[in-house]
Structures are given as structure tokens and as C-alpha cells.
Design a protein around this ligand. Sequence first.
Ligand code: PLP
Length: 482
Amino acid sequence: MAEGEGTTYHMTPDEFRRWGAEAVEWVARYMEKVEEFPVLSRSAPGDIRRSLPPHPPDRGEPFDAIFRDLDEVIMPGITHWQSPRFFGYFPANVSGPSILGELLSAGLGVQGMLWSTSPACTELETHVLDWLVELFGLPERFLSSGAGGGVIQDSASSAALCALLAARERATEGASNRRGVDRRLTVYTTSQAHSSIEKAVRVAGLGSEALRLVGVDERYSMRPPDLERALEEDVRSGHLPCLVSATVGTTSSNAIDPIAAIGEVCRRHGVWLHVDSAMSGVAAVCPELRFVNDGLEAADSYCVNPHKWMFVNFDCDAFYVADRAALVGALSILPEYLRNTATESGAVIDYRDWQIPLGRRFRALKLWATVRHYGAEGLRHHVRKHVRMAAQLAEQVAADGDFELVAPVPLNLVCFRHRAGDEVNQRILDRLNSSGELFLTHTRLGGALILRMSIGAAATEPRHVEEAWNAIRRVAAEVQRG
Ligand SMILES: *Cc1c(COP(=O)(O)O)cnc(C)c1O
């Protein structure tokens, strides 16, 4: 047969139906057996690529060949983030409704850059982000009905960059966009902030030297008087402070900056306050954990990741601003080919003006599906369970003579170490992670190597945490015996 004869080359709807059902079955089976895999992939660098053909196929292949390679080639290179024994970093948990929402979004294949390129894509996003304001008890100034509003970003990193660009525009009264970066601009955070803050400072062209690391107290939280002093010194020496980025729930130790006091300082100095609550902000779904929102009324922008601890697939960061004009002013450019009557009327939101790229996916579908499936009640149930498991583990660590807790445990992260020092802790970590029984990551606090156990996978039950603690003690004893 000559090229193309008798085929469209496309997968027909009937073939899609068949392989789609197979793919859903594959994922359902994965959910059932995810616990059985060694948590950390045992692949060495290059292993996966060596198993792949060096050249792309000339002739299309049947889809079952892809399923075969998924099992044989891809799975050995997977670290099982959805394992109930995954305790590394922060969670990136998912759920059935979110996966289905993602599938539906892919099926629609909508490009939601403007309201007019799919009104439902924009309006569902605005609506669900207003729901989250209610669900989390966030300040009303973040609702779309006032001057502010929310938008879904791919990540907290993008949210931080957008916050900085808006803050920079406000501080320079629009001059940054016209003339380039003002060399006087400065940004404030702490040594405990996420690396994405420094990255944003670099990407925005301010340079790392424009970033001031404000001192922290013994709980690793920002000291507001130190912030005030840093701002005053910079203003005196001719700098132009534009942004303070505070964290609720640092990645290293879950430290919480005192937002109300920081907000007071920011207000006095007219500086934009961004609050990064990437994982911990989700705790606010529980009224008794709303201390994570303390002082938020003072924030100019805020971000929380449903893709970390709220069963929504990566990527989904909810980013809020109190004054959308500053954000849109920093990011809007309207070329002729995007002009349309809805935009000109001013009656609609065009989310392309609220983010760095032009194009955007229909991410609100998975967030909507997840919130509707669980309801506030279901989400609270799981957050409470994770927090309870962390509190129990913290008690056991504190009661153990060989280990010590090294930071408060406000939510679902337990930071601890063996008393015998860095080398022993490193060996415990390496041995545990290579066992495949569980996966932990580390940090450094006060110069010392610290083990972090982050509890937030959807499938984690109390028995997994108990087994992990038993494994930690067993491995510690083995390491000590040499
Ligand atoms: C995880 C995390 C980030 C980065 O999140 P991304 O969405 O992956 O960019 C930023 N800040 C804090 C506090 C985090 O925990």
C-alpha cells in the first residue's frame, strides 16, 4: 500500500474507546498495587534511555506496544510518589476525580488564553477559585467580586515570579516595563524561604544581590524587627524595596512566619507582601487549623498548591491578588491578532494577563472535580488524618532516647534526628531509602543534618507511619552496630 492509502493515521474514536478503557484499567491497577513497589526508583543514570530505541519509528505502532513498554521500560524508572510509604519532600498527592478531570481537560483540548477562546475555561476557574476563598476562609479581598481575584498558575514558583513582577511595577509606578529593571529594587525573605523566591529575583532581572535574607528566630520564623531594620537601612541608602515574601510552612521545617506583624511593617513601608503557603495553606480547610491564615488580610498576594496536599494532580497552584490591576498592568500586552469584542468590553477576565505564558490549559476542571467529589468534609477528613499521624509520630520521636525532634510540628511534617550526629543520620537515610521500604528526604537546620518525614500521600494510613518509625529505629540500631 502506498503511503497514507486507506488510513487517516489517526486513532479512531473506537480505538480510543478501547485503549482509553485499558488506560483507566491500568491506572486503577496501579492504585491497587502502588504500595508493593520499592518507593524510590532503583534506576541508575542512563538505564531508561538504554532501554529505548535510538530512533523514532517510521511506521506507527499499535498502542499495546506502548502499554508493554510502560510496564517494562518506564515503571523501573518511577519513584512512587503515590505510595503510602512516600514521606519525602512535600506530598504531590492525586485522586481519582482529579485524574478524570485531567483526562476530560485533555479531551477538550481547550486553549484558554482569553475568555473568548473558551468562556467556560475562564469562568469555571474564576468560580472555583472564589470557592477556595470560602473553603479555606481566606480574606474576602481575594474574591473576584472586588478588586482582587484568583488564577491557577502551574506552580508556586510562577506565582512568586508574578507577585514580584506586579510588586516591581507598583514600586516603580510602571517604569520597569518601559525602561527595564531599576537597579535600586530590593526584595526581602528569609534563609528558610523556598529557592523559587531567589529564582524569581534572578529571572526578573534584579539579581541575587537584590535579595535580603532577614533573620529568623529559634523556630526558623522571620523576625519582624529585623525586617523593619533592613527596610530602613535600604531606604536610607537609596534602595527601592518592592517585595517581602513570607512563608507559611517552609519546605525545610514547616516554619511559619508571623504574617500579621510582617504585614504591619510592609504597610508602613508601602511594600508588597507575598505569602507563600504552598503546602500548608491547604490545612485551612479545617477551621481548627486556620492559624495558617493569621494575618493574611495584610497580604497583597498569596499562593497555595492544591497539587501538593489537596488531591489535585500537578500542576495546580491557586494564586490570589488583592489588586488585580497591578498584576495585569505588569503582564498585559495586547497585539492586534488577540483583539476581540469581549476583551474590549472590559466585561471579562483574560487570564493570559495574569501569568507569564500566553497559552493555558483548562486546569480548573480537575480542581472542580476534586472539590465536588470530596466536598469540604472529605478534604477535612484527610487533612486531619495526616495531621494526627504526624502528631503521633512526633510524640514517639520525642519519647525516644536515641532521637530528638528539632522543630515544632504544626501540621504534617516531622523534623528529627538521631542524637549520634550527621554521619549516623546520613547512613540511616541512605540505608532506609535504598531498602525500598519507605522514602524520606533531609534538610539542614542550624548546620545539622535533619531527617524530614512529610505525611500527606492520599493512601497513607497510621500503619504505614508506624511501620516507617519501626524501620527507622531498626535501621538506626543496625547503623550503630556498624
Ligand atoms: C513546594 C514549595 C514551593 C514550590 O512549589 P512549586 O509549585 O513546585 O513551584 C514553594 N514554596 C514552598 C513553601 C513550597 O513548599
